[in-house]
Design a protein around this ligand. Structure first.
Ligand code: ADP
Ligand code: F6P
Length: 319
């Protein structure tokens, strides 16, 4: 019987479980045997692998995190680690692998494909930072988590007439800050892709908002900018408005996935199995508009992503 494996790698994201479930169920429906590889590429190196049945993935579609766990496996960044992974696959007769993760995980998948194990990547990260796809699994859930939390902050900010500096995840990508910022009615949004000037891009906007009678202010800052405590202090010193920083951190990565994340994950999981069934590897599954498509991994990794500048201008227009 033909066999495939599935693993999750890098930072976890809500919806990874829905993707694993879809891979398992679609692969079984196509007559494959399916192996779950635990702790990302570590499982491939250490042989921490278990056969997954239909019921192994019951009751996980609604769960955050990843039931087969994840890791950042340094050993897999070297060809020696990749060769160990290949040996494990050959021992178990695993002919193809679905790798759910971010662009680092796709590099590992490309390396393993180059030594003869077909790998297909599925974008799973709350950052939405993968250039080849309009959407990464986990992004919608994380964005809604941010909105829920900021709505709570809004209550207390309004009561006290304060300013909140909210730091959301995203080291190199400001999508979460920009879109959650729009959804929360932010006074200013600061992202790593665009330069910013404290006086013009933050201070002047707060002063203008105060003048027209706004009681509360929200400054949405992407993690890649850093220094949210310092930004809060500078705002308070310059305006006299009580200002607090809130670093939302890993809370953004947890929780039950939204319907959107479950549906996209299910479509991508099935698509990945279909590629492997045809003996196709070294591909990344992506979303373009509402279609699921695929790209060569190396080509996908070369693509560059930019922030949506029109959306950024809109956020400023309606602040
Ligand atoms: P993400 O996939 O979320 O971007 P990382 O960059 O941490 O997360 O990558 C996850 C894992 O993918 C790494 O721990 C490593 O096992 C593997 N990986 C990352 N970069 C490479 C690389 N250049 N070559 C091979 N494997 C890699
Ligand atoms: O890539 C997902 C992500 O959550 C980023 O937004 C963040 O910068 C990073 O992972 C945090 O990594 P760690 O889990 O190692 O703290």
């Amino acid at each position: 019987m033909r066999s495939i494996g599935v693993l999750t790698s890098g930072g976890d994201a809500p919806g990874m479980n829905a993707a694993v479930r879809a891979v398992v169920r679609s692969a079984l429906a196509e007559g494959f045997k399916v192996y779950g590889i635990y702790d990302g590429y570590n499982g491939l190196i250490k042989g921490d692998i278990q056969e997954l049945t239909r019921t192994s993935v019951s009751n996980i579609i609604n769960k955050g995190g990843t039931a087969i766990y994840t890791a950042r496996c340094l050993e897999f960044k070297n060809m020696a680690g990749v060769m160990k992974g290949k040996e494990t696959c050959e021992k178990l007769g695993i002919e193809g692998l679905v790798v759910i993760g971010g662009d680092g995980s796709f590099r590992g998948a490309a390396d393993l494909s180059s030594v003869g194990i077909n790998c297909v990547g599925i974008p799973g990260t709350i950052d939405n930072d993968i250039a080849c796809t309009d959407y990464t699994i986990g992004y919608d859930t994380a964005m809604n988590t941010v909105v829920d939390l900021v709505d709570k902050l809004r209550d207390t900010c309004n009561s006290h007439s304060r300013c909140s500096v909210v730091e959301v995840m995203g080291r190199r990508c400001g999508d979460l800050a920009l879109n959650a910022g729009i959804a929360c009615g932010a006074t200013a949004i600061i992202v790593p892709e665009l330069p910013f000037d404290f006086e013009k891009d933050i201070l002047a906007k707060i002063i203008e908002a105060k003048k027209i009678g706004k009681r509360r202010h929200l400054i949405m800052v992407a993690e890649g900018i850093g220094g949210s405590q310092e930004i809060a202090k500078k705002i308070e010193d310059a305006t006299g408005i009580g200002t607090r920083a809130a670093i939302l951190a890993h809370i953004q990565r947890g929780g039950s996935p939204t319907a959107k994340d479950r549906i996209v994950a299910t479509r991508m999981g099935d698509y990945a199995v279909n590629l492997l069934k045809q003996g196709i590897g070294n591909r990344v599954v992506a979303m373009k508009g509402n279609d699921i498509v695929d790209y060569d991994i190396h080509e996908a990794l070369k693509m560059k992503k930019d922030i949506d500048r029109k959306l950024f201008e809109l956020a400023d227009k309606v602040r």
